[in-house]
Design a protein around this ligand. Structure first.
Ligand code: GDP
Ligand code: ZN
Length: 460
């Protein structure tokens, strides 16, 4: 499908199942003609005005059989979702009724829309760029309120603008280099190397890195985070899990090693969904059943976005604590000292590395939990909601393209630094421009486009 594709497409745009109302959407040059064929307005209207709601019946023109009582809107392009002529028919929500309206439209010459085809047309017709189209998917699939906020920012073009401003810098640099190429015999230096390198650093590399780094936070905000509680038996892992959930779901017991397997629960942290995993006490001399739990615990730790490392403050640090700490100290870590309600036996100053910035809590008496929640949130979302200031966090596809662009630009910079011939270094520059173009949809191949729009549901 291309932007010159002149077919008229139709689809049910509301989800299957019964609802108060359901919408059939039509887009393309024959949208209005199709409406006129099947719609009998209650009052005589001719011609239809754009963006006005008309009340009437859908009637099969050949059998004269009425199908539904509806509201119809005609939106003349380009003031529409796709920039084409669009008609929306709101009928009663039953799926069979909507299906029969759709079938009537298909019989009258409309084509059944592919998943995401309305949004694809909006993109191909230049109403939105590719990041905005992808934001539509994010809105539809967002599982968190923050995810919706992020998608809305992206839909307003935040990521597009960030990528475009980097691209514009590169286009200018490229133009300069080309001018320099055209006048090789000139003595004056058209491109000042130091200025160029400074511009590259401040206007290109730094913003590019920020975008790439915000990708991981973007994923957490969209999909939620996995947090694993690790600590030797009896430090209070299950108690902490329970306290955080404010309900008794994991087994709490005074006997060490009872939580043999991992337990998962979900927690809402300021709108951020957290999968909280309580690991089995990972011990060196464990029986067979425990070994299984230990293996699972290690798997959980590998997948974790953050590890909550729990220590019992009423005891001195044991070899087991230290051993466990070494298994997780490469992960993003929050060290938590539990049982602050008991006399403290921990020698904090002897363990400065491990216990620096540790949070003291009492899972039993609910002390220090607000600080814990706040630290958890900040660690997972990157401090003071950096993504919110930037207004964008690239998804995986976009992040990969940004990383490729960064690679090309590093080669480009090296070429400039080593005074490689201009026509050679511009190859790397062009490559970076292409890679950035892929993000906004300027240089994106058809199969990538297909893959993106196939993620949509029907009718969107
Ligand atoms: P786990 O083996 O790490 O999961 O530890 P549990 O949550 O099963 O707790 C082990 C024991 O420590 C239980 O008897 C809990 O009641 C107790 N415990 C847990 N948290 C606290 C706390 O904050 N203060 C005190 N005094 N006891 C606690
Ligand atoms: Zn436990």
């Amino acid at each position: 499908m291309t932007s010159t594709d002149r077919t008229t497409i139709a689809s049910i745009s509301t989800p299957p199942g019964a609802g108060g109302i359901g919408i059939v959407r039509i887009s393309g040059p024959h949208a209005l003609a199709l409406l006129k064929k099947v719609f009998r307005p209650a009052a005589h209207h001719c011609p239809y005005e754009s963006h006005r709601v008309y009340y009437g019946m859908i009637v099969n023109p050949t059998t004269a059989r009425p199908l539904d009582e509806v509201l119809a809107v005609y939106m003349r392009g380009p003031r529409s979702y796709t920039r084409e002529d669009v008609v929306e028919i709101s009928g009663h929500g039953g799926y069979l009724v909507l299906q029969s309206i759709l079938e009537l439209l298909l019989a009258c010459g409309a084509e059944l829309a592919q998943p995401g085809e309305f949004t694809k047309r909006a993109f191909l017709n230049g109403r939105i760029d590719l990041t905005q189209a992808e934001a539509v998917i994010d809105i539809l699939s967002a599982r968190t309120k923050k995810g919706v906020d992020l998608a809305l920012e992206q839909m307003s073009g935040a990521l597009y603008r960030s990528v475009e401003s980097i691209r514009q810098q590169l286009v200018q640099i490229k133009a300069l280099l080309e001018v320099a190429l055209d006048f090789p015999e000139e003595d004056v230096e058209i491109v000042d190397r130091d200025t160029l390198l400074t511009t590259l650093r401040t206007e290109v590399f730094i913003p590019l890195r920020r975008l790439i780094d915000s990708g991981n936070q973007g994923r957490i905000i969209r999909e939620g985070a996995t947090v694993v509680i690790v600590g030797r038996p009896n430090v209070g892992k299950s108690s902490l899990l329970n306290t955080l959930l404010q309900q008794e779901r994991a087994l709490v017991t005074p006997l060490p090693g009872t939580t043999r397997d991992t337990i998962e629960e979900y927690l809402d942290l300021n709108g951020l969904p957290i999968r909280l995993i309580d690991t089995a006490g990972i011990r060196e001399n464990a029986d067979e059943i425990e070994q299984l739990g230990i293996r699972r615990a290690h798997e959980s730790i590998n997948r974790a976005d953050l590890v909550l490392f729990l220590i019992d403050g009423s005891r001195e640090l044991s070899e087991e604590d230290r051993h466990l700490f070494r298994t997780v100290d490469r992960k993003p870590l929050l060290v938590v000292i539990n049982k602050s309600d008991l006399p403290q036996a921990l020698q904090v100053r002897d363990e400065s590395v491990m216990l620096a910035r540790a949070i003291a809590i009492s899972a039993r008496h609910h002390n220090g939990l607000d600080v814990l929640r706040q630290q958890l949130f900040e660690r997972l979302t990157g401090g003071k909601e950096q993504w919110q200031e930037e207004g964008c966090a690239p998804n995986l596809r976009q992040k990969v393209a940004l990383e490729h662009a960064e690679q090309s630009l590093l080669r480009f910079r090296q070429g400039i630094e080593n005074e490689v011939e201009h026509d050679l270094v511009t190859v790397d520059l062009s490559e970076a421009l292409n890679q950035l173009g892929e993000i906004v949809g300027e240089t994106t191949s058809d199969d990538v486009l297909d893959r993106i729009f196939n993620q949509f549901c029907l009718g969107k």
